[in-house]
Design a protein around this ligand. Sequence first.
Ligand code: SF4
Length: 324
Amino acid sequence: MAEPILEVEDLTIEFQLKRGALRAVDGVSFSIDRGETFGLVGESGSGKTVTARSIMRLVPMPPGELVKGAVKYEGRDVYSMSDAEMRELRGTNIAMVFQEPMSALNPVFSVGAQITDALRTNLGMDAKSARERCIELMSLVGIPSPEQRVDSYVHEFSGGMRQRVMLAMALSCDPNFLIADEPTTALDVTIQATILELIESMIERFEMSLIFITHNLGVVAHACDSIGVMYASHLVELGKKDEIFKNPQHPYTVGLLNSIPRLDTQSKYLTPIKGLVCNMMDPPKGCKFNPRCEHAMDICRQEIPKMKEVAPGHFAACHLHDQS
Ligand code: SF4
């Protein structure tokens, strides 16, 4: 039986704001097996980035607060770790690639200095070996002339090349788990495809597990084994990718799938999901999707639906499955 490397259990994160408490993640649970690739999908503000950052304990607390729940990495509770243990976990086990590399890379140091610094700090390499490994990593992620580019600064790289630098930096600690937060969103479509392919090939080569965060279900169709769909801080559907694409069980997932451009359909038009994402400072009672859902019933406006197993390994949180 596959062994989970990461378990997220009933994770609930709030932010204390002047206007009141904002619940960014509400009772989210999922687990990822060693070597599994998992796509966390949802619109902006659905809570997927806060979920991912909470795994690495990168949500500042305060104003954030872990209301309840746990994150376990290889069975160890991340929120019980000391700061030193956490630094070690981030340095040598889990790495993250962000949407905007400019915010993650330092503009005043060369990219080589930043990658070698990570290699020296996390793996204890001497300066010469760290520089050699840095050039090797830059070459591995497809940066041309790495021997020269190692001394360049981040502003001297294009958007796609910056994302390659971020990936080289992430791989520098030889992680076994990668979190990629919308890594292709800010890039041109053609560059998006090459970065996506690069991430997939690195995952295979380094035998890593992956959480890929995106608002685009089409992107995870290629990159992921399993998918979790988030809406308004809740996980609403969870399962194997093929099962979710063939047989979606939550109206929101159906809406997301209908809004992806496809070649295998006669229709020339995409079907958007009607309405807007709810205001998280004042969310609707019951199912958060009810104002936008064409199947909404009375109970949907009263009770938050619980996750139910609708097929082996396939879960959905929707009152349509209450009787099944
Ligand atoms: Fe629609 Fe009700 Fe299901 Fe929510 S619980 S998705 S409102 S049918």
